[in-house]
Ligand binder design. Sequence first.
Ligand code: NDP
Ligand code: MG
Length: 392
Amino acid sequence: MTRGVALFGATGSIGESTLSVIRAHPERFHLDVVSAHASIEKLVRIVDEFQPKHVVLTDPAGADELLAQLPHHFKGSVSFGEAALAEAATGADVDVVMAAIVGGAGLLSTYAAVKAGKVVCLANKESLVMGGELMMQAAKASGASLIPIDSEHNAIFQCLPMGYAAGEEIAGLRQLILTCSGGPFRTATTASMQSATPAEAIAHPNWSMGQKISVDSATLMNKGLELIEATHLFQVDQSAIEVVIHPESAIHSMVEYADGSMLAQLGSADMRIPIAHALGYPERLAMDVERLSLSALGSMHFDPVDHEKFPALGLARAASEAGGDRPVVLNAANEIAVDAFLHARIGFMDISPLVDQCLNQIASQPISCLEDVLTIDRIVRQTAVELIGERA
Ligand code: NDP
Ligand code: MG
């Protein structure tokens, strides 16, 4: 019997790579639920090809247009809005949820999938940054398994003993080493980064990804979010996570054990590899991907992070260390700042200072439930928008 996959964020970059893994293995998977926010044409093409049982459009404004465009042979159901997606995560026919929505918008549906005890393939790192502790507690209570999709965390997961479940302590661990390509501005001067355009910032040298994560990769906030993501998935303190610049993106991350052994996972920079690993886990699925040729690669390089040029990673470390609501503030301020940069309202080098300003200005509040997270998230977004308005 094939496994039912619910793909949240099907029209994005991770969504597309997931569809190509499902397309390559129809004997193992079928698309049960599919979601998009506003890309109706793309969603209709996906429905036409994969014939899912249920379609969710999270932006209800597009409801009439979607209903008018759905193919006649589609026999499934359709629903609209964020709550409908959270409900779809709990469906009896859903075995695996691929959480591939970008940003805090993915929090509720990812949390619903975890609470329902599903196998959750987690690309939506922002949901762990915002609600990591709640999410890991919910997984423990429901028996959900979290399998990381982010290439670094998936690499680490592959370097851990078979049977390791996310959220457990890693026996004999010395440290985790997250590799980082350095992004498009690795060798750029600070002066040229001041005038960087959105097109330059999203032109990642090694990976093809959505706009938001591409900008995060250029500021290195992506590595900061990944650092926080790793603290939750692998139950380690941020101080036990090193970040190293590795421009070739061949090693996707490493685990160093107490005995001096260091394990690494390598492969070409293609998200279908970690996605196939997670969907197939614990089996290995054959994939027609570009193979990493070590002789063609020739050499690999490793450098420390330049924290003056890239302050975002330091902000994320401090937020992780402080804990509580700080990662929520970091994430929400960053989302607003990145959006403002993409719309040419602030400069590239204004992104991290704006996040810093929000962290300094917004007083800490306790978090005991998801509603607290959402409340703080709303306050931060509003503050960040106001601060951007004051700059203009
Ligand atoms: P994209 O921007 O390419 O896709 C985002 C997806 O989320 C789209 O399907 C989009 O729908 C949907 N979406 C956008 N806004 C909302 C909303 N408000 N509510 C519900 N759905 C929404 O992003 P990526 O695929 O690049 O990234 C997805 C996640 O995976 C991110 O968290 C990212 O950090 C993580 N990730 C991505 C990697 C990559 O290689 N791309 C690598 C590692 C992690 P629509 O198209 O209709 O707007
Ligand atoms: Mg990553």
